[in-house]
Design a protein around this ligand. Structure first.
Ligand code: ATP
Length: 267
């Protein structure tokens, strides 16, 4: 992490294969975001403008951050993660300054995916001081976004929010966050895929993940990962006790599921 711990930077190894399900979303992102970067001449020939930024929205824990990392992995870019809430909690002036630093940092590391989380923090619609602060930060963000666009920098901005309806409309204009993509909770089939991705490579006996998927309606990818992790923790501890590697079992997974509630319903 950077000096002020706001800027986390990495070189993600994840690709689309690590993200379970979301096939339509991946296709759309390839067409609207990745291919225009890789083969701009095709898009220009048909009058399609390359560039602009992606805005991912949907309930928490369903893969927005994970997908953004995988996009960086797909195009071999660095990944800079900015949590807007942290910037917003600073003093007026300092916030704008830091936002600028983050964009600078992303430019230094190009090609780079700059992931801006919690965009809804800039929603407005709260008490006055706060609104003023937010507006200042929105303005700074617009300056930075437009700057990237006009200099054709290899910094690709992906925003995320749980509540797109709170977003400042200025952020949605062409060239800014103009591609809006919904990241929904996983379907039954997708839950099975995510569960198997999370259990992959761990000691296991033949698992009936379809059954577990059926019992986890409305669970997010993060919820599912947590169930597997909880089961692993129990099996690992037992393994250490007996001194041999015990497998994950259906029973251990069902026990881990007990008492867990899906988190996407509150959205
Ligand atoms: P928030 O809105 O709370 O920031 P998010 O949508 O950004 O949530 P992520 O941080 O991407 O959620 O997901 C949390 C974790 O859940 C990921 O690190 C990943 O392990 C797991 N996960 C979520 N969705 C998927 C998926 N489709 N495939 C595989 N893993 C997933």
């Amino acid at each position: 992490k950077d000096k002020n711990t706001l800027i986390e930077s990495s070189q993600p190894k994840e690709t689309f294969e690590d993200v379970g399900g979301l096939d339509e979303v991946k296709k759309k992102i390839k067409m609207s975001f990745i291919l225009p970067l890789q083969q701009p001449e095709f898009f220009q020939a048909y009058g399609k403008e390359a560039g602009g930024s992606l805005l991912l929205y949907g309930p928490p824990g369903c893969g927005k951050t994970y997908l953004a990392k995988a996009i960086a992995g797909e195009i071999d870019a660095n990944f800079v993660h900015l949590e807007l809430q942290a910037i917003l909690s600073m003093y007026v002036g300092q916030s704008e300054h830091n936002l600028h630093d983050v964009f600078e940092k992303a430019r230094e590391q190009k090609p780079c995916v700059l992931f801006i989380d919690e965009l809804d923090a800039l929603g407005g619609n709260r008490h006055n001081m706060r609104q003023h602060h937010e507006r200042m930060l929105v303005n700074q963000l617009l300056i930075e976004l437009d700057g990237l666009h006009s200099f054709n920098e290899q910094v690709y901005v992906i925003g995320a929010t749980n509540t797109p309806w709170y977003l400042d409309p200025a952020l949605r204009r062409p060239g800014r966050f103009n591609h809006l993509v919904f990241i929904p909770p996983p379907t039954l089939e997708e839950r099975e895929t995510i569960l198997s991705l999370k259990a992959q490579g761990k000691p296991q006996e033949s698992l009936n993940l379809n059954k577990l998927a059926k019992k986890t309606n409305h669970f997010s990818g993060a919820d599912l990962g947590q169930v597997i992790q909880d089961a692993i923790d129990v099996v690992l501890q037992k393994s250490l006790e007996v001194g041999e590697l015990l497998p994950l079992t259906n029973d251990s997974l069902l026990k881990a599921l007990k008492g867990r509630k899906p988190t996407t319903l509150e959205w």
